[in-house]
Design a protein around this ligand. Sequence first.
Ligand code: AMP
Length: 286
Amino acid sequence: MLLKNIEELKNQIKQWKKDGLTVGLVPTMGALHDGHLSLIKKSVATCDKTVVSDFVNPTQFCPGEDLDKYPRTLDADVKLCEENGVDIVFAPSPEEMYGTDTRRSNDFLTYVVPPFFYTNKLCGKTRVGHFDGVCTVVLKLFNIVQPDYAFFGQKDAQQLVVIKKMVKDLNVPVEVVPCPIIREDSGLALSSRNKYLSDEGKENALVLSKILKNIKTLYKKGITDIDALKETAFSFLTAAHELEYLEFVDKTDLEDKKSADDETLVLIALRTDGVRLIDNCILGEE
Ligand code: AMP
C-alpha cells in the first residue's frame, strides 16, 4: 500500500501496535535496486510488518548537489515492494515532511546535529551539513513509524555509525540492523547513482572495489602499515579518477587508525565520469 500522508501512516502503525505486531523500517531515497531489496527482505523476514520510506530528502543534499536530477522511480519501487511483502511504502512530499509555511522552511527546522568528531571527516568534510539532514529525517521517520527494527546498509558506513550514535545518545527505542554491501558480479557496489554512469564510467568505477580488495589481500598477508597500503592503492588510479579520500578509521567511532587491524574500516570516495561514488570494507570481515 502506498501512503503519502503522515497521519494516515501513524493511524495504521497505531493499529499494528495495538495488535502487538513488530514493525520494521527501511529508510530509502527510492530508485530501488538489489541493495535496497536485501534490506527489505531482511525486514520482511524479521518483522511482522515492514514500512519502506521512499523519500528524496532535500535536507541532506548540499547546494550544487544532484537533488533535482536524483532518479525518482516511485511506480517501479511500489511494485518491487509489493512483490516482496512490504506492507506500506511511505512516499511523502517534501512539504508533508517539512511543512509549507515559509517561516517553517528548512532554514528554520529543528535539526539533529550529530557530533562534529563523526562528521568533520570522510563524506562529511565535503558534504557539509549532510549528516544533519540524514539524522533529522531518520529521527522524524523513527518518530512517525516507531519501528522495533530499522535496517541500514553498510554501503553508507559513515551514515550507519552516525545513526547508531544518534540512537544511543538520544535513547531512541529502535534496534539498528546493519546489512552487508550488495555488489554486482564485477565488484561494483550497487547504488542509485550508478544510473548516472556511462559504460566507460562503469568500467572506471570498478577501481573502488579493486582498491579495497587489494588492500584487504595485503592486510591478510600481514601488511598493517597504512601508508604502505595507501601507496599500493594509488597505483590503480588513472587520469579518469579524481580521488576524494581513502581513509583507515575505527569501525565503531571513525577515529583514525595508526595501523590496520581487524576493526579497521577502509573507506574510499572518488569521482569518475562526473559521478561521485563511495565504497568501503572492514578488514576483519569476509
Ligand atoms: P539510499 O536510497 O541510497 O539512501 O539507501 C537506502 C539504504 O539502502 C541505506 O541504508 C543504504 O546504505 C542502503 N544501500 C544502498 N546501496 C546498498 C548496497 N549496495 N548494499 C546494501 N545496502 C545498500
